[in-house]
Design a protein around this ligand. Structure first.
Ligand code: M6R
Length: 600
């Protein structure tokens, strides 16, 4: 979703900002812009489309060492140049970038800005016009900025330039992510550390309700009452090579191929000196004390939660519900007496999940976040965190984070079970090792997945995924993967459910991808395949060694069937990747989507 960068120092700000915006491209955007200043001369360059287009507009000869930049994912107003950020106040004195949504912008316009001519349809422009309004009333810029912040309802990360105070970038944050990066003779702001890793790996977190005055030598953090806040910086533990594509054509392909390495890293990170699986004692205690677990997540993370529920119930014996965050927040079920909430989020910034976390904390319930991003909002605001150790995931389509989420949930459930003295049906460590080598086999077989994509998905308008029990959950994820990057309309169903309505859509040549990795339902899912074949469907069966039958499209290596989602999903990730590639789609940056969904 929207991304922000800013730089104040001694180097060429244009290049640093443009490179920073390129690193934020993965978040998803439809327009981009920068504002750079030289003394009182502020130049704004902005355009609908890719950063490459923006680059062409920028005047190379303009000498500048300060600026702010933005990638926009449209919420208020269509993607066009006028609605792109930065936005300027009527006189041109103030220039602003904003990530988030201002809910009361129409009321504020009516209350304070009736005489002002607006150039855009955005909620953001209200903020910059309001700063000018209050400064015209006699407030200095900091006071005017604070006055405006006190009026805003909603989420924001903001960077503001003022021609009359050219040596400062004014910054504020509420609910939307923003970091301040520290350098020698320069300072930066960024929506995430990856954007500015080119100049610094040292960052300071900002909390909601804080403003920061940034100069090239100093940063000053304050709350809205003017109290100065001191906070220790931290080093971002990201290897620059983690955020490069290397020899891969796309980040998604690279991230699919990284999954064996991620599995090995997770096994290592969650092992103690004696080689036993381990989880922080307080987290295990929180789970043991809970009478019910509520998993809350969105998209792919929700699908991982469905698999995790099976582990928590079958191994740890804890009743578990899985909820879509955007529904849960408006329609909370009747809660048990001692709930534990688990938020699963690759980014740790998803606004829908965060809204539930805020509500849950207000009710006083314990919360655990399972995330790939240490220090992310959901991690900071929950009582406990488990890290995925998947490394940065850049492609919008989540792949290695999904398998990491399932692996961490499996380890968590096993450790809780062991703590309770329960012997489970599975010896997890050796089984995870088998999973790792099975994933390696599949990525080595990528060419076969490409053939499957060509055979079944090169021209179709729609596709169905079916499976039973664990395979049903993987089918949901397979369908999401396929639709989000190839734009083929794809739906996942429980094998037995199709005949209750959706089978009406089956006609000649419609691909039905069936997963058959679960012994207890192998015959039933194959029966469901027969039902759709009888109506003309083109079946593509992904089965598991030991359960295969002649004609199956691909047979995954044998693993414990509770862990088969970790393996079978990799076939679906690769098939989706090649389907999208063959159809000419922008695999890493699918239309309309954002990597980090920071608005509700
Ligand atoms: O960062 P999160 O895991 O909270 O993100 C949740 C979803 O937005 C995300 O999984 C989305 O569904 C992916 N694009 C799926 O590939």
């Amino acid at each position: 979703m929207c991304g922000i960068v800013g730089y104040i120092g001694t180097e060429d700000a244009k290049e640093i900002l443009l490179k920073g915006l390129e690193k934020l491209e993965y978040r998803g955007y439809d327009s981009a812009g920068i504002a750079v200043r030289n003394g009182e001369d502020v130049r704004v360059y902005k355009e609908k489309g890719r950063i490459a287009e923006l680059r062409k507009m920028v005047d190379d000869s303009f000498d500048t060492t300060t600026g702010i930049g933005h990638t926009r994912w449209a919420t208020h107003g269509v993607p066009n140049r006028e609605n792109s950020h930065p936005h300027q106040s009527e006189s041109g004195r103030f220039t602003l970038v904003h990530n988030g949504v201002i809910e009361n912008y129409e009321q504020l316009r009516e209350a304070y800005l009736t005489g002002v001519t607006f150039k855009s349809d955005t909620d953001t422009e209200i903020i910059v016009q309001l700063v000018e309004h209050f400064s015209k009333e006699g407030l200095d810029t900091e006071a005017a900025f604070v006055e405006v912040l006190k009026l805003l309802h909603g989420s924001y990360a903001l960077g503001l330039l003022d021609t009359e105070n050219p040596d400062v970038i004014y910054v504020a944050k509420n609910k939307s992510p923003l970091l301040v990066g520290l350098g020698d003779g320069f300072n930066v702001i960024a929506s995430d550390a990856m954007a500015m890793l080119q100049v610094t790996d040292t960052y300071t977190e900002l909390h909601d309700g804080e403003i920061v005055l940034i100069t090239k030598e100093n940063i000053e953090i304050k709350d809205l009452e003017g109290n100065v806040i001191t906070r220790e910086p931290y080093k971002a533990e990201i290897d620059a090579s983690d955020i490069e594509k290397g020899t891969y054509a796309h980040y998604m392909l690279k991230e699919i191929h990284e999954q064996p390495a991620v599995m090995r890293r997770i096994i290592q990170k969650y092992q103690d000196d004696k080689g036993n699986l381990t989880i922080d004692k307080d987290i295990v205690k929180a789970a043991r004390e809970a009478d019910r677990v509520y998993i809350v997540a969105c998209g792919t993370s929700y699908h991982a939660g469905l698999v995790g529920k099976e582990y928590l119930e079958k191994w740890a014996g804890i009743p578990t519900e899985v909820h879509v965050a955007s529904e849960f927040v408006y329609n909370m079920p009747l809660l048990s007496k001692k709930p534990l909430f688990i938020f699963i989020s690759q980014s740790g910034e998803t606004a829908d999940s965060r809204a539930v976390l805020v509500a849950v904390k207000e009710l006083g319930y314990p919360a655990l976040t399972i995330t790939n991003v240490p220090g992310s909002t959901l991690s900071r605001e929950a009582d406990h965190t488990l890290i995925l150790h998947a490394g940065p995931e850049i492609a919008v389509a989540s792949t290695k984070a999904y398998t990491a989420q399932i692996a961490v949930l499996a380890i968590f459930a096993q450790v809780v079970a062991a703590d309770a003295g329960v012997k489970t049906e599975i010896d997890l460590l050796p089984e995870l090792a088998k999973v790792t080598s099975a994933i390696t086999t599949i990525v080595d077989d990528a060419k076969l997945m490409e053939d499957i994509a060509s055979k079944y998905l090169s021209t179709t308008r729609n596709a169905f995924f079916i499976g039973r029990t664990m395979d049903f959950y993987v089918g949901l994820e397979g369908a999401l993967k396929l639709k989000e990057i190839s734009y083929i309309q794809a739906e996942g169903f429980a094998g037995g459910e199709l005949k209750h309505g959706t089978i009406a859509l089956i006609e000649d040549g419609v691909p039905v991808i069936a997963l058959a990795t679960q012994e207890s339902v192998n015959l039933s899912i194959r029966g469901n395949v027969k039902e759709v074949v009888a109506r003309g469907a083109l079946p593509c069966i992904i089965s598991m060694r030991g359960l295969e039958k002649e004609g199956d499209a691909y047979v995954i290596p044998a693993v414990h069937e509770m862990l088969s989602p970790l393996v079978s999903v990799v076939t679906l990730q690769l098939i989706s990747y090649y389907a999208a590639l063959h159809r000419g789609a922008d695999v890493d940056k699918p239309r309309n989507l954002a990597k980090s969904v920071t608005v509700e």
